[in-house]
Design a protein around this ligand. Structure first.
Ligand code: CDP
Length: 214
């Protein structure tokens, strides 16, 4: 049996990244940001001049992609030719194209396999869109973190990032393959009127209570 996996899903700028990282720290689990993996593939394809709309070209490029998925301490990272990617992942062109790349089933199959690998040897808090529905459908620990559209837009603006989150959410929710949808057995956490600390306390406590009960 694999170690525990905590699934944290939700729309863009819902605060799930920060929450997932802090919950992982609290529990001593590894934090995996799957959005960074989709972003890295997107950045690389654009660098190579491959259009995300050209599914055939994307699929042809996938086997040779020089990306690897590792860890820095207890936090996931993506490396390209051995170099950790950072600012590349939130470039405007990456923001604009990531939903299109993430809608390609072959891209998802590749990354989901990598995501599951992280959990073979260690307990993880994994954050994304399809973690509770596709990556770890059997985990009992699923949280869907959201906030009103206004609150999410304000949070993203405060980060100084140009990003049309409403458009990305629409595409992520409407795609055929692994759309953004709350798993039927996930717990909904609306963070519109909560601080980060309150959300972290709520989720970490819930996990600890349930783990202690088994
Ligand atoms: O930080 P933010 O919530 O805005 O986005 P992210 O988690 O970095 O994810 C960027 C994009 O990757 C999303 O808009 C999705 O298109 C895609 N994604 C996905 O399809 N499945 C995941 N498990 C994670 C991200």
């Amino acid at each position: 049996m694999n170690p525990p996996a905590i699934a944290i899903d939700g729309p863009a700028a819902s605060g799930k990244s920060t929450v997932a990282r802090l919950v992982a720290e609290r529990l001593g689990f590894t934090f995996i940001n799957t959005g960074a993996m989709y972003r890295a593939v997107t950045w690389y394809l654009l660098e190579q001049g491959i259009s995300p709309a050209d599914r055939e070209a994307v699929c042809a490029a996938l086997p040779g992609i020089p990306l690897s998925f590792g860890k820095q301490g207890a936090v996931s990272c993506v490396l390209c030719d051995g170099r950790v990617l950072d600012a590349e992942l939130t470039e405007e062109s990456t923001n604009k194209n990531v939903s299109a790349v993430a809608s390609i089933p072959e891209v998802r199959a590749l990354l989901v396999a990598k995501q599951r690998e992280y959990n073979r040897s260690e307990a993880v808090v994994m954050e994304g869109r399809d973690i509770g529905t596709v990556v770890f459908p059997d985990t009992p620990f699923k949280y869907f973190v959201t906030a009103s559209e206004e609150v999410r837009a304000a949070r993203r603006a405060a980060q100084g990032i140009t990003d049309s989150i409403a458009e990305r959410d629409r595409r992520d929710s409407q795609r055929a393959c692994s759309p953004l949808v709350m798993a039927s057995d996930a717990r909904l956490v609306d963070t519109s009127d909560m601080t980060i600390a309150q959300v972290v306390d709520l989720i970490a406590q819930d996990i600890q209570d349930r783990m202690a009960a088994v």
